[in-house]
Design a protein around this ligand. Sequence first.
Ligand code: ADP
Length: 273
Amino acid sequence: MERWEKMKRYLVKPGQKINLSEWDPDEKSAWQDSKKEAKIEFSNINNKLEEYQELLYAEQKHKILIVLQAMDTGGKDGVIRAVFDGVNPAGVRVASFKVPTSEELSHDYLWRIHKQTPGKGEMVIFNRSHYEDVLVVRVHNLVSKETWENRFSHINNFEKLLSDEGTTILKFFLHISKDEQKERLQERLDIPEKQWKFSAGDLKERLLWDEYQKAFEDVLTKTSTKYAPWYIIPANRNWYRNWLISSIIVDTLKSLKMKFPQPEQNLSEIKID
Ligand code: ADP
């Protein structure tokens, strides 16, 4: 089976009703061989990603937006480190969205997001995103139900605007299990090099696991579109998660059929004294 065919099982079809308990965070069926071979293949795909990103930057035509969302400890930082290792920093940027500042809060919730979207030739990775405004904001009742419910259609329209204007959008939900989160939080307590990542707030959020899962199910069900699809990435295993995300990005970049720009004149006629 073509790799792309295998990837499609993780794609949320527009309107598909998502029940996350039916999606196994340990699943790894697109990779039949050993983990060791997957790591080799991952490094080949990484090289491809570097090549395509160079082309993206040179061509100055396409804009790429990659959205990462997950439960706490889901592995967003790990993906950013592993998948984008080696790309040219001149053309790739990470935008992290934290608790909004008072200036951000005084505008509509997409204001701070739109400013960070990619320009031509650029690839931008959103570490959290406008989806926080229908996730944490919903779970903590920071706005009324009517307000967050209206946001699904704003978000779809906003992403349609970006897509119509030449942005290719890929959205990844890193799906971990509640047990896996427990292990990862425990590691943050036990391993000195990881202790800086521990926040007591994460334990409070963990108590709201079910509410977050429900909010994610709504996001996935209502905002996966042809022009801005969601992929549910089984993320209990880091190597599988990294391999899968890299593969989807590389296949998408390949499908853009990018080309290096033609030189302005016949270079063979130019003589350097
Ligand atoms: P991360 O967990 O992504 O590594 P932080 O520990 O700094 O980074 O967490 C960022 C925090 O900002 C998260 O708790 C997240 O829920 C919060 N946040 C992001 N966007 C919003 C928003 N629009 N409204 C409220 N909180 C938000």
